[in-house]
Design a protein. Structure first.
Length: 90
């Protein structure tokens, strides 16, 4: 089996377990930080949050583009552009 596919399936099972625990503990909201592991699996996280009706706020816009509720973080592309402008001025 492809290692990426195996990792994706493994992550899905872990997320299913985590969301089942969130529901069992009656968690009423979720904040997802900017982490490469989570961002790579954003579609799964967004779908699980929607399925379990857990409102979620994400640090990156990529999640809202995948259907997430809202994000409140830095626009990475804009930050890189601004950094380039500042370096050019120096």
């Amino acid at each position: 089996m492809n290692s990426k596919l195996q990792l994706a399936r493994s992550g899905k099972r872990e997320f299913d377990t985590a969301f089942a625990e969130l529901v069992a503990q009656r968690i009423r909201g979720l904040l997802v930080g900017a982490d490469p592991f989570l961002t790579a699996r954003r579609e799964c996280l967004v779908a699980l949050a929607a399925h379990h009706a857990i409102p979620a706020i994400y640090e990156l816009r990529h999640y809202t583009m995948a259907g997430g509720l809202m994000s409140c973080g830095t626009n990475i592309a804009d930050a890189y552009h601004r950094n380039g402008v500042h370096v050019a001025q120096i």
